[in-house]
Structures are given as structure tokens and as C-alpha cells.
Write a protein of this length. Structure first.
Ligand code: NAD
Ligand code: UFG
Length: 339
């Protein structure tokens, strides 16, 4: 079975992708420095997939460590998740974000070149689109970011494009994720934020579990039907499956291609809260607070290119996303030794 390097494979999207790769007949090999994840995710992944998942506790920025892993395996491609991802933190610590995320991307590309690995799938983000782009966002839209985290994604995309241009035969798929939520239906892996969650769904799940008293809804005076912001939420297992399809595309198409991964449909914050209440049977207390700096009223994906190039369409709806997030939240107490 073809071996695929998964950087950041112990994290939220990386672990679900490792599971999807195993299901699609690939052998994922994980490098993760566990800065935002736990090692026991690997054991849970092995239980879920029934396969041994080689794991290296290493930093992707460490070229010697990467060399050692590339020397032990024969990778047909790499999928690059490893990086820092907190938007607000990136505004406070721009140099840390630029150093970390850009060095990680360049270090991986250098190792790939050195060891003759020519296909890369990169975790980009819908945040690379300009805020004033028309919705739905389309890949040919204007690009530009409002925070350093976003710029690390856009600059990484450019670095990868330049490496593709300089190396005929090198291929890359730049997957621009919209808002991944939910968890694997096994309940074994899911999103495990450290500390107070920044994102909506983990916060709602923790309110439902009684860990936090109430949700703050950041503003209800936006120009949307119910006044709260609209996002394109996508089930993480659908997103994970898109990576396996992107590997097929990369194997047959040289050069770099940016592709949106979303559902094409937006939900407001209050619609998500209502869907979660329905899925869990738990009432979510909330209060309307002020707007969060940097939030934009509404965006969602034009998913046509993913359908055309990857044969990808999201299959799971908001009910499944909330149901599976809630199942994982309840299961987390089964892993108490990891807290
Ligand atoms: P995550 O933090 O759960 O996973 C990232 C993993 O990478 C973690 O396990 C962390 O320990 C590891 N890591 C970080 N720096 C590393 C390094 N230098 N070397 C080795 N391992 C390192 O995050 P996620 O939500 O799974 O996101 C994965 C990728 O997708 C990130 O690049 C993120 O920016 C991108 N992305 C995420 C979202 C989202 O909403 N979750 C949206 C768009 C893009
Ligand atoms: N929200 C609340 N209360 C909360 C948390 C969030 O009302 O406690 C609202 C936000 O204001 C926003 C919506 O819920 O309107 C979604 O917020 P998230 O933080 O879950 O997601 P974002 O759309 O802000 O950002 C996410 C990722 C970024 C990525 C971006 C674009 O966190 O990394 O999507 O892909 F860049």
C-alpha cells in the first residue's frame, strides 16, 4: 500500500485524514510534535482503522528529523497539516506565526525535493479570500488576508506554486477548507481543543456537556437573516475524504491547483445552535455579546471545482456534524488519563 506522510496527523483534521487514507487503501505515516494534540490519538486511530500507524514525535521544521523519517519510508506523497492555527494569537504574535508556518512548509518541501517525493496536499483556508469578495467564494476570486495566520496560508500557497514551477513533475493541491466541525462516527477521534475553545462548535459542545455555563454569540446585528454570522460548516470526515481524492488528482496532474472544500451552503450561528440542540437533546444557554473583531458577516464556498476535479461532494449534513461532535464530546470522559 502506498505510504503517505501526514504532518500534524495527531491533530483534528490530520487524524481524520489518516483514518480516511487507511480506509482508501493508503498507509499513513504520522509526524507530529504533539504541541496541540495527544499521543493517544495514534492508539485510537489504530483501533479505528485496525492498522498499525507509524508515528514520529518530531517537529517538521527540524530538517534532520524529517530526513530520518524520509529515509525509513518510501512516500508517494505528503499531506501537510502541521502548523499554528489560532487567528487571534497570530495577530498578537505575528513573527512566531510567520516563522513557524512558513519554516514548516519550506522544511517539508526541501525534504520532499531531496528524497524525490513529488506530490503534496496542503491545508489552506477560506481565509485567503479577500473579505469583500462576493459569496460564494470561488477559486479565481481576489486573494488577501486580514491577519498573519491567513497570510501564512497565502504565502505557503505561493511558495508551493513556485516549487511546482521550478520542478516539472511536482504536483500540489492547495485545499482551501471552509469550517470543519464534527467528529468520526466511531466517537474515538474528534476535536480536542486545549483550554477555552476559540471556535463555535467546540464551545457549544462544552456548554452542552456542562463544562461552560453559556455560549456567547458574537453579535446579532450583522446584515444576515437572523443577524448572526453565516459560515460553510463541513463535516470533518467529508473533508478528510477530500484529501484521499486529492492524492489521486495530484498523481495525475502536475503543477499547483487551489480547490475549495466546503458544502456550498451556509448556516448562521443561531441555526447551528438550534441544530446542536436537536441532535443532542440538550438546551444551549446563550447570550448575545458584542461582535468579535475581524469576523465577517457571511461566506460559503462555491464547491464546483472540487466536484469537477476531485469528484468530491460533501455528503454529511449539519445534523450529522452536530450528532457526531456531541458523541465525541460525551466520549472524551472515557479518555481521562489524557486530560
Ligand atoms: P490541529 O492543531 O488540531 O492539528 C495540527 C497538528 O500539527 C497538531 O497535532 C500539532 O501538534 C501539530 N503541529 C503543529 N506544529 C507542528 C510542527 N512544527 N511539527 C510537527 N507537528 C506540528 O489543527 P487542525 O484543525 O487539525 O488544522 C490542521 C491544518 O488545517 C492546519 O494547518 C490549519 O491551519 C488548517 N486549517 C484548519 C481549519 C480549522 O478550522 N480547523 C480551517 C482551515 C485550515
Ligand atoms: N462564534 C460565536 N461564539 C463563539 C465562537 C464563535 O458566536 O464562542 C461565531 C463567530 O463569531 C463566527 C462563527 O461563530 O461568526 C464561526 O466562528 P469560528 O471561530 O468557529 O470560525 P471562523 O469562521 O471564525 O474561523 C474558522 C477557523 C479559521 C479559518 C476560518 C476560515 O477557525 O482558522 O474558519 O476558514 F481561517
Amino acid at each position: 500500500m502506498p505510504e503517505i506522510l501526514v504532518t500534524g496527523g495527531a491533530g483534528y483534521i490530520g487524524s481524520h485524514t489518516a483514518a480516511a487514507l487507511a480506509a482508501a487503501g493508503y498507509s499513513p505515516v504520522v509526524i507530529d510534535n504533539l504541541s496541540n494534540s495527544r499521543e493517544s490519538v495514534i492508539a485510537r486511530l489504530e483501533k479505528l482503522t485496525g492498522k498499525k500507524i507509524p508515528f514520529y514525535n518530531a517537529d517538521v521544521r527540524d530538517g534532520a528529523a524529517l530526513d530520518a523519517v524520509f529515509a525509513k519510508h518510501s512516500f508517494s506523497a505528503a499531506i501537510h497539516f502541521a502548523g499554528l492555527k489560532a487567528v487571534g494569537e497570530s495577530v498578537q504574535q505575528p513573527l512566531r506565526y510567520y516563522e513557524h508556518n512558513l519554516t514548516a512548509t519550506m522544511s517539508l518541501l526541501a525534504a520532499m525535493q531531496k528524497h524525490g517525493v513529488k506530490s503534496l496536499i496542503f491545508s489552506s483556508s477560506a481565509t485567503v479570500y479577500r473579505e469583500d469578495d462576493e459569496v460564494p467564494y470561488i477559486e479565481s476570486g481576489e486573494l488577501g488576508c486580514s491577519n498573519p495566520y491567513g497570510w501564512t496560508k497565502l504565502f505557503s500557497e505561493q511558495i508551493i506554486r513556485d516549487v511546482c514551477a521550478a520542478n516539472p513533475g511536482f504536483s500540489a493541491v492547495l485545499l482551501r477548507y471552509f469550517n470543519p466541525i464534527g467528529a468520526d462516527k466511531s466517537g474515538l477521534i474528534g476535536e480536542e481543543p486545549q483550554g477555552v475553545p476559540n471556535n463555535l462548535l467546540p464551545y457549544v459542545s462544552q456548554v452542552a456537556a456542562g463544562i461552560r455555563p453559556r455560549l456567547s454569540v458574537f453579535g446579532n446585528d450583522y446584515p444576515t437573516p437572523d443577524g448572526t454570522c453565516i459560515r460553510d460548516y463541513i463535516h470533518v470526515s467529508d473533508l478528510a475524504r477530500a484529501h484521499a481524492l486529492a492524492l489521486d488528482f495530484a498523481a495525475n496532474n502536475a503543477g499547483a491547483k487551489a480547490i475549495n472544500i466546503g458544502t456550498g451552503r451556509g448556516y448562521s450561528v443561531l441555526e447551528v445552535v438550534a441544530a446542536f440542540e436537536k441532535a443532542s437533546g440538550v438546551k444551549i444557554p446563550f447570550e448575545i455579546t458584542g461582535r468579535r473583531a475581524g469576523d465577517i458577516p457571511e461566506y460559503f464556498a462555491n464547491p464546483a471545482l472540487a466536484r469537477e476535479k476531485l469528484g468530491f461532494t460533501a455528503e454529511l449534513g449539519i445534523e450529522e456534524m452536530c450528532r457526531d461532535a456531541w458523541r465525541f464530546e460525551q466520549n472524551r470522559k472515557l479518555f481521562p488519563e489524557e486530560k
